[in-house]
Ligand binder design. Structure first.
Ligand SMILES: [Zn+2]
Length: 497
């Protein structure tokens, strides 16, 4: 028996041999197919072989699939990805290129430029260090970006040229000739095409040779931008009839508070003819341009004929006919300051009317106004306040007035002439309240007062003290709640003051 058994076992081992070749099965190791003689006696050897062959072919299939999958994956990886080098200057990345040579070529180009701009071999771009990288091809950095980053992270130096305006450094350009080009363009920017123009910069300009890093040197365009940058100075504005502070602020693109801060002498009342300082934007560099024999078409203001009207009160006016502007064509030497003509410097050479202006008509009141009728313009009722709540939506409802916080007892003045229609306690939350009817459709409300100095029916002048600031009614601190109503409808007071 024993002699017979041996070859059988060997045969089985022979078949199991290939299994080792594929080795490291991922899954749990199968039981080795070693059968005891007794078993072999009982189970048919052929059946065993068959069973074993099936298991083996399954294994081969799994390995084959794995190899195919891995090959496909590798193929994909190779197709999508490439190798490259990431360059660093001063430990900062300047980008990734396929070869180091690509980056080095940009550096050589840039160094040539620096040397030619600077006239010396000093101050070139420092050494670049590299790291090997696997990247997809579309992630290579563009050459122009590598160049930009190289400039930015390098401390390469140039002998630049700085422009000083009135003693203040404006910009450093790469060369003196670039600085001169920038200044020439600034000087000539208000020329009119096809006309004889001359110009000068009104500021004191100095050019100084200064060392700069390549990165800090600005382009001609950027230098021009810095010189044309708007600074805010002020100019005088002459108050006209019908002007309000709010309107003046809006037309000059500023705020009422800003105008008040620019005019420390302002006492709460504006009069026709007053000169207020308002913000006036202007470029850093002022340019005067003279244009010879400029041909311009322009409008001609029409005259307004003044007609006395006893139907209007003194101080009231009413335009009944606006008339029409005329047009003319003029030939003149004109002077422009920062692009805007200074008409007072015009030298007229020829004038041709294209259409005559048509006069308009304005009615001027001649009847003395009865007392108790407002002028239609409003002054601030208090001085030295701080606005704590504006007109408009507040806490889910509408705040019908303007809250101005200041000390209890501070005088409250009537915003305009009018007649007192209420002076006393209001149970609705206003506390001590004064209502003045201005007889022209407007009423003003002064609420939360600590003291009331006027009686119902009394006539008050504009600016007359009528009460004192307090904290009465629904109020959480001393303040004046001011309302301006037009025909009973609340208005935003800041539009009238
Ligand atoms: Zn209020």
């Amino acid at each position: 028996m024993e002699i017979n058994e041996k070859p059988i076992i060997e045969e089985i081992n022979l078949i199991t041999e290939p299994k080792r070749k594929y080795k490291k099965p991922v899954r749990k190791k199968r039981k080795k197919a070693i059968y005891h003689i007794d078993e072999l006696k009982n189970i048919g050897i052929r059946r065993k072989f068959e069973e074993y062959a099936r298991a083996l072919s399954r294994k081969i299939a799994i390995y084959t699939y794995a190899v195919i999958g891995l090959t496909a994956f590798t193929f994909m990886l190779v197709t999508m990805c490439s190798v490259g080098y990431e360059g660093f200057i001063n430990e900062k990345s300047i980008g990734v290129a396929q070869t180091k040579e690509t980056i080095e070529a940009i550096k050589v180009d840039l160094n040539n430029e620096i040397v030619s701009l600077s006239g010396t071999e000093e101050g070139k771009i420092e050494n670049i260090t590299y790291k090997f990288k696997i990247v997809s091809e579309e992630n290579y950095t563009k050459d122009e970006d590598i160049r930009k980053n190289m400039v930015e992270h390098s401390s390469a130096m140039l002998n630049g040229c700085s422009i000083y305006v009135d003693g203040t450094k404006m910009a450093t350009l790469r060369t003196e000739s670039e600085a001169k080009v920038a200044l020439e363009r600034i000087k000539n920017q208000y020329f009119l095409e096809g006309m004889e123009c001359s110009s000068e910069i009104l500021n004191k300009i100095e050019l100084k040779s200064e060392a700069t890093t390549y990165a800090a040197a600005v382009s001609i365009e950027d230098a021009m931008g810095l010189m044309n940058d708007v600074t805010v100075s002020t100019r005088g504005y002459t108050v006209e009839a019908g002007d309000s502070l709010w309107g003046i602020a809006r037309r000059n693109e500023t705020t009422v508070n800003n105008i008040i801060s620019l005019n420390p002498d302002y006492d709460g009342v504006i009069h026709v003819g007053d000169i207020l300082q308002v913000p006036a934007p202007k470029p850093v560099v002022d340019v005067k341009t003279i244009i010879r024999d400029a041909v311009i078409e322009e409008s001609v203001e029409n005259e307004m004929i003044r007609i006395d009207d006893p139907g209007l009160y003194i101080g009231q006016t009413k335009i009944v006919d606006y008339g029409q502007k005329g047009w003319r064509k003029v030939t003149a030497d004109i002077t422009r300051i920062n692009g805007i003509e200074d008409v007072s410097l015009r030298v007229l050479k020829k004038e041709e009317m294209l259409s005559q202006p048509v006069p308009g008509k304005i009615h001027i009141g001649t009847t003395p106004a009865p007392r108790g009728i407002g002028s239609g313009t409003f002054i601030w009722p208090v001085k030295g306040y701080r606005i704590t709540s504006r007109y408009g939506p507040r806490w889910g409802s509408v705040h019908t007035g303007l809250d101005m916080a200041l000390a209890t007892g501070s005088p409250v003045r009537s915003c305009d002439e009018g007649r007192v229609t209420f002076a006393g306690w209001n149970r609705g939350g206003y506390g001590n309240l004064i209502i003045v009817d201005h007889g022209n459709g407007y009423q003003t409300y002064y609420a939360h007062l600590s003291k009331i100095y006027v009686k119902k029916g009394e006539i008050v002048a504009q600016g007359e003290t009528i009460g004192a600031v307090g904290n009465t009614g629904f109020s959480t601190g001393p303040h004046l709640h001011l309302e301006i109503r037009k025909n009973g409808v609340t208005q935003n007071p800041e539009r009238y003051l």
